[in-house]
Unconditional design. Structure first.
Length: 317
């Protein structure tokens, strides 16, 4: 739940903006059939099993429109709710209820959806010692709501804004002249900071149990993860030397380069979207806008061509 100061300074202006977006002049539909105030009530019913979140915002939408509106809640944020369950009643001027219902439900549905997904993922991590973190990839002007929903679902907030911590991306690294140099500069600027690297966790399965396919899968994973190996170990791994030699590539190390590589990261984080298969034989590659790989005959694909593999996350962990 948001405290009164956060509510007044940070939350209410966003709610007001959302209401102004929906009610630019008047609600012509409501006013055409209900020109005068009329008392009534509306039920808030659950339409899908999940984790409820955003009840405080749902309530405030109506009370900002009319302080006399009463909202009686029968559940609390973070509770599991069932399809058909009565979660709240809203009482007051029906014109206010009709004007505010869409904005109130937009907040409630969005936040509950985020909380439900966060709960599913946090439950899958139980007992592993791994923390589920969110990012700044939030809906514009909805970050405070979506971050709250992640916490309600059992996740943890990473950075609320650019002032909360160091996170170096490709553009930062390019400006610094390399990963190790960027890490060194960050540590010098903020000695207490923990600088990590983020990798694409993409489990690669051998297409068959044939040894050649197993070896091909192992080599594919090495190519995917060698960036992290360099940033964590502070040197190029031997398997990379072998691969580059086979490809006819030679790394020219300048004086000081090997010493610079020793400025390593403090932790590894990862994103997970998809798994792939690998074979020693050339075959059709999977679709989607990520790194290639072969289609897994046992998995369905999303409309974007990504194969859906929730078990793969557990394998990564």
């Amino acid at each position: 739940m948001f405290d009164p100061i956060t509510m007044k300074l940070n939350v209410e202006p966003l709610i007001e903006s959302a209401l102004r977006e929906d009610i630019t002049n008047e609600d012509v539909s409501t006013n055409s059939v209900m020109p005068e105030a009329k008392k009534g009530e509306a039920d808030l019913l659950c339409k899908q099993d999940g984790i409820i979140c955003g009840l405080q915002i749902f309530t405030r939408v109506f009370t900002m429109l009319d302080p006399d509106t009463e909202v009686e809640l029968y559940v609390k944020d973070g509770e599991a709710v069932k399809n058909g369950q009565l979660m709240a009643k809203v009482r007051g001027d029906m014109r206010v209820i009709l004007c505010g219902e869409r904005t109130a439900l937009n907040y409630l549905q969005r936040m509950s959806g985020v909380a439900t997904m966060a709960r599913e993922m946090s439950d899958s991590l139980e007992g592993t010692g791994i923390k589920l973190l969110d990012t700044r990839k939030t809906t514009p002007n909805n970050r405070i709501f979506e971050k709250y929903a992640v916490k309600t679902g059992g996740g943890n907030n990473h950075r609320l804004n650019l002032s909360d911590g160091v996170m170096l991306k490709d553009n930062h690294i390019g400006a610094a002249g390399g990963v190790a140099k960027a890490v060194k500069m960050a540590h010098e600027m903020m000695p207490e900071a923990k600088v990590g690297c983020m990798i694409l966790a993409m489990p690669t399965y051998p297409l068959t149990s044939r040894p050649d396919d197993v070896l091909a899968a192992m080599k594919a994973e090495q190519k995917n993860y060698f960036f992290a190996d360099v940033q964590v170990r502070g040197r190029y791994p031997k398997y990379l030397d072998t691969y580059l030699k086979k490809e006819g590539v030679s790394i020219q190390m300048e004086p000081g380069d090997e010493e610079a590589l020793k400025h390593t990261v403090d932790f590894i984080s990862f994103s997970y979207y998809v798994s792939v298969c690998e074979s020693a034989d050339p075959m059709e590659k999977g679709e989607g806008n990520l790194i290639g790989g072969l289609k897994n005959p046992y998995l369905k694909s999303s409309e974007w061509g990504w194969q859906i593999d929730p078990v793969g996350l557990r394998i990564v962990l």
